[in-house]
Write a protein that binds this ligand. Structure first.
Ligand SMILES: *[C@@H]1O[C@H](CO)[C@@H](O)[C@H](O)[C@H]1NC(C)=O
Length: 244
């Protein structure tokens, strides 16, 4: 009987130590690390390849490409104003983020802040447009391509702790884009004049288009990022962030 209990104790111990071992996508930090913030930054960067391809065991979808639904952009004013709707957006490059700074928050108190830089974000989408562009009727649809260079994303959010798990309660994102390059293709039955007029407009007004996108893009990204973060956090207890 005693022997049986001993074996049981050993097995229980083995199981529980296996349990507290973190999954491969978690890089653990020491609670007493004097550079704890740097360790968390490294842990966030360690996640990159796992986020890129997704983590099936916790049902985390891949962020390459990062999928977004539609954005509706009003680009010129007036009843015949030029409007573009982007649908089925796929963004490539989001997982090559670098964490430039991190400020830890307090659960239920001070927000956390993080600044991420994404060197290049490529966006592919279907677009439809309506209205008049300059003097030409510009209703149509086709493919939309864009490259955002030098994207800085400032994240601010609040967390709370529930039964040993962290939860992101709110998240906001402010984007800054250094340069944007965009065009359309396969539109207007490939009518060159309409295609070129639209592309000329997009090239000369890339800031306008970006400003029209900004608010909606920030809200969508914040909501998608928040969902991703919580999908991960509900599967990894806080104790697994630490090796001690
Ligand atoms: C269209 O834009 C994409 C993304 O910026 C770029 O890769 C491509 O070369 C552009 N095509 C033309 C014809 O300008």
């Amino acid at each position: 009987m005693l022997r049986y209990l001993c074996i049981l104790a050993v097995i229980t111990q083995l199981l529980s130590s296996a349990n507290s071992e973190a999954p491969a996508y978690i890089k653990q930090c020491r609670r007493d690390d004097p550079q704890l913030v740097d360790c968390f930054i490294a842990a966030l960067e360690h996640l990159r390849p796992y986020l890129a391809s997704g983590i099936p065991e916790i049902e985390l979808p891949p962020v390459e490409p990062f999928k977004m639904d539609s954005l509706a952009l009003q680009l010129t004013e007036g009843p015949q104003g030029y409007k573009i709707t982007l649908k089925n957006m796929d963004a490539y490059g989001a997982s090559s983020y670098e964490v430039k700074s991190l400020q830890l928050g307090q659960n239920g108190g001070e927000p956390f802040k993080a600044r991420l830089v994404i060197p290049k974000l490529k966006i592919e989408a279907k677009y439809t447009s309506s209205g008049v562009l300059l003097i030409i009727p510009a209703s149509g649809g086709g493919d939309f391509h864009a490259v955002f260079d030098g994207v800085t994303a400032d994240l601010t959010g609040k967390t709370s702790e529930r039964n040993g798990y962290l939860h992101v309660d709110s998240l906001s994102i402010v984007l800054d884009v250094k340069k944007i390059d965009m065009n359309i293709s396969r539109a207007f039955n490939n009518n060159r004049i309409l295609l070129e007029a639209t592309n000329l407009f997009l090239r000369d007004n890339s800031r306008l288009v970006l400003d029209a996108m900004q608010g909606q893009l920030q809200k969508k990204l914040a909501s998608e990022f928040g969902k991703l973060a919580n999908q991960l956090l509900k599967n990894v207890p806080i104790s697994q962030f630490y090796s001690n």
